[in-house]
Design a protein around this ligand. Structure first.
Ligand SMILES: O=C(NC/C=C/[C@H]1OC[C@H](O)[C@@H]1O)c1cc([N+](=O)[O-])cc(O)c1O
Ligand SMILES: [Mg+2]
Length: 214
C-alpha cells in the first residue's frame, strides 16, 4: 500500500541520520526535501535564521505551533539549555505519530512534549496542564489563519511576558496578512522582518520576529 510523505521522510531519517544526533536528523530531512520530495519544513535557509533567534533568546520555555514532522522542533530543541522545555502542538494525528518517532530518533524526548489537538483548545490549558507561567519563545508555523487568533489568545491567557519573542514562519508565502497587519501596527510589539525564501525554493518568504513589550 502507498506510503505517505511523512512516512517517507521518517524512513529517510532512520536510514541517514545517527540516533541521538539532532543535527544529523535536520540534515537528513533537508537532504530528503532537496533531493527527493519537497515538504513544508521551515528548511535550511530559514532554519539558520531560526537558529540565530533561538540562540539569542536562549529560552527556558518554548511553544511551537504546528509540529508537522518535527524538523523545526528538533532544530530548536538541539540549541536549548539543559533544563529548557519545548511544547509543540500538532492537530493532525498522523503527522504527530511521525513527529514522535523523529523526536525519539534525535534523542530529544526529555526536552520536547508533543501535544495533539487544536491550538485554540490547548493554549488556554498551558498553565494548568503543563505548569507553564509564560513562554520565552513562540514559533508559529501552523495554519496561517490561526496565527492571529492564537496570538490574541496567548495575550489573553497571560502566556506572554515583557520580552517574550514570537517568531512566525511564512509571513510572505503562503502569507499571514492579518497577523502581519496586527503585529506590525500594535504598540505592544516591536517587529522585525527577516527576508529569506520558501523552503527549498527561490520563492520569496520570510520570518517575522516580534518582541512582546508587555
Ligand atoms: O501550511 C503550512 N503549514 C501549516 C501546517 C500545519 C501543520 O499543523 C496542522 C497540520 O496538521 C500540519 O501538520 C505551510 C505551507 C507551506 N506551503 O508552501 O504551502 C509552507 C510552509 O512553511 C508551511 O508551514
Ligand atoms: Mg512553515
Amino acid at each position: 500500500t502507498q506510503t505517505t510523505r511523512p512516512q517517507r521522510m521518517l524512513a529517510a531519517v532512520q536510514k541517514s541520520a545517527t540516533r541521538g544526533d539532532p543535527r544529523s536528523v535536520v540534515k537528513a530531512i533537508d537532504q530528503f526535501c532537496r533531493q527527493k520530495e519537497w515538504a513544508m519544513n521551515v528548511g535550511d535557509e530559514k532554519g539558520c535564521i531560526l537558529d540565530s533567534v533561538v540562540t539569542e533568546v536562549n529560552p527556558a520555555t518554548v511553544l511551537e505551533l504546528g509540529t508537522y514532522c518535527a524538523y523545526s522542533t528538533v532544530r530548536i530543541a538541539s540549541l536549548l539549555p539543559p533544563d529548557a522545555k519545548l511544547i509543540t502542538l500538532e492537530f493532525n494525528p498522523h503527522n504527530a505519530a511521525i513527529a514522535r518517532q523523529v523526536i525519539a530518533w534525535a534523542g530529544l524526548g526529555d526536552k520536547i512534549q508533543l501535544v495533539e489537538g487544536p491550538s485554540g483548545d490547548w493554549i488556554p490549558k498551558m498553565k494548568e496542564k503543563f505548569g507553564i507561567e509564560t513562554f520565552d519563545l513562540v514559533f508559529l508555523d501552523h495554519w496561517k489563519d490561526r496565527y492571529l487568533p492564537d496570538t490574541k489568545l496567548m495575550e489573553e491567557c497571560g502566556l506572554l511576558r515583557k520580552g517574550s519573542v514570537l517568531l512566525a514562519d511564512n509571513v510572505i508565502c503562503p502569507g499571514t496578512p492579518d497577523y502581519l497587519e496586527y503585529i506590525r501596527n500594535s504598540p505592544r510589539y516591536k517587529s522585525q522582518y527577516f527576508r529569506s525564501h520558501l523552503e527549498y525554493t527561490k520563492v520569496e518568504d520570510g520570518l517575522e520576529k516580534s518582541v512582546f513589550l508587555g
